[in-house]
Unconditional design. Sequence first.
Length: 720
Amino acid sequence: MTKRQVTEMLVSFFQSQPNVDLSFKNIFRSLHFDTHPLKMLAIEVMEELAWDDFLSKTSSTSYKLNLKGQVQEGIFRRKANGKNSFIPDDGGKPVFVAERNSMFALDGDRVKVTFSARRQHHIKEAMVTEILQRARDTFVGELKVERDFAFLVTDNNSVLDIMVPKKKLKGGKTGDKAVVKITHWPSKDSKNIVGEVVDVLGMKGENNVEMHAILAQYGLPYKYPKNVEDAAARIPLEISKEELVGREDFRDVCTFTIDPKDAKDFDDALSIRSLGKGLWEVGVHIADVSHYVKEGSVIDKEAQRRATSVYLVDRTIPMLPEHLCNLVCSLRPDEDKLCFSAIFDMDDNANVKRWRLVHTVIRSNRRFAYEEVQQILEDNGVVDGTGQPAPKAPKGGYKGELADELITLDKLAKLLREERFKNGAVKFEREELHFDIDEKGKPVRCYFKVSKDANKLIEEFMLLANRSVAESIGRVKKGVKAKTLPYRIHDSPDPAKLENLREVISKFGYKLKTAGTKSAISRSLNALMADCEGKAEQNLIQTVALRAMMKARYSVHNIGHYGLAFDYYTHFTSPIRRYPDTMVHRLLTRYQQGGRSANKEHYEEMCEHSSDMEQLAANAERDSIKYKMVEFMADKIGNVYTAHISGIQPYGIYCEIDENHCEGMVPMHDLDDDYYDFDERNYCLVGRRHHNKYQLGDPVTIRVARANIEKRQLDFTLEQ
């Protein structure tokens, strides 16, 4: 059979099944390509058809008909090195956009592109033909003021310098960090971006200035509007008799909060009392924010816009004004507080016999830090991380303040946790990087904070409340339509990434189920995490497994939460710091009062906004960590440390120091002993001549080479 005949057969075959991924096996069987030379010829033809954009390659052994036109819409990504790219709306692979073809699009802009005719042996390219929507119109950076003009050099260098007329500097001078709003975009007549200063943050390098710059970079607020603070200040701390009408009174029940030692906003408390006959009443009490923050008020509009509190290394930027989040709503000890509470009647085996959702008034007896509770548990025989509760109380009873109550809750929480994992929850122990900061904001210590039994105690009861609330609205009889509620949803892992994980771990002798029920796959993942713990390949496997996971988000369209193995899950327990929780509180109150289902489209829009703001807040937090990391290492240039490879990119190797967990990069140009190829599927760099390999998780010895605080960049060199 000639090449032309094979091409015609393949073209007809793909056109007959336009939306189907077709594997080599399927193609060969259907077209009777049963000899090795014919199969090789067919693969060669399919590669050429994909090069000409007739086919799309969906995996290393499958193709489908390319139904996309030459003109597409999507997001533009600008890079400081000029390697810009276009991300199609359908989530396809990024396409290169040369600077001359970018039409001055900025990072994140929504654009329309036309694909260029493909030149032989050249990568696919696109040309921006229209900017549909600007991602943002304010930027943060450093001012450079010359004799006749001024300009702003943006912090991330992914935006062209912005011209600022001298009369629009608002007092800013060279070296100041400033926020600039664009007044004129590039056009045919003028290629300059022109803007005006809206806020001068202060001199670069000062801690407050740099933290505010990080927030401004993501369009996050760094100060509170005065009218909102004034409105909050008018809300009294005292609770009137009218506000107590219809509320259950829990002020005489043993109640306490457990939070980080430096927390000021306590939005959840636990109560416990014995009901006799092996039954316990456990109350999960949540600050009744929606009682104080009325829908449509100036406070509500500001909270909705922010959608979340932002946690930088050395500060919290609250969603609500401080008068509300730290005083009025905060469940402070020895003060009467209004709550929305999930009350559970549980037996000794943590089975929920019945539960109710009620508006309450509470009075916390004690404010615990996690460390205090952990100490009480360990003083009474709890060994952290074993999953075993405290042994039976000695004759004199358990020792420590409220020890009986804490130990009972710990025992119930461990049973809930065990049941959750039995049902298929994924067990990823995420460590968080923390800094000890001095009074000037300078980091003096850098370490990982590990979640202990005291943290897990709180976590399990919050999960129970969130799940129960979601089920109360979402789980309805067949034929009945569930009322609108924002859910916290988490999709199943990406099948292609899961298959890639299976291929990676097979090289180390591990196995993983990638097909079957959700719970079977998650149990297989948990077994893998347990098997590789403490092994040299642990970092590699955990990183690849995490990348296979989808991101959790908010939506009124419930698909369940894969990671927790819950069919119904929402966020109810943190309304002081998350706007979706406030939305949930309002809807629950509305439905309790017999109200109709809320508008789905309106709440879906708010869910999308909340998910977007959550991501921005996470990016800002990550940048603040990077900044403090570089600042912490700035006086350690030349020091040598043991480390491990924490990331592999075509432009270099990321290494994390074992001692303090600071991460830096060894640039590719420093690996001068060979030419290294980037193997994306196996997360490694491989030398062409000597076949030296650098793989994710490998131990290395590094020397600190450079610490650029302005760029938040830490560079290492490898010690041979």
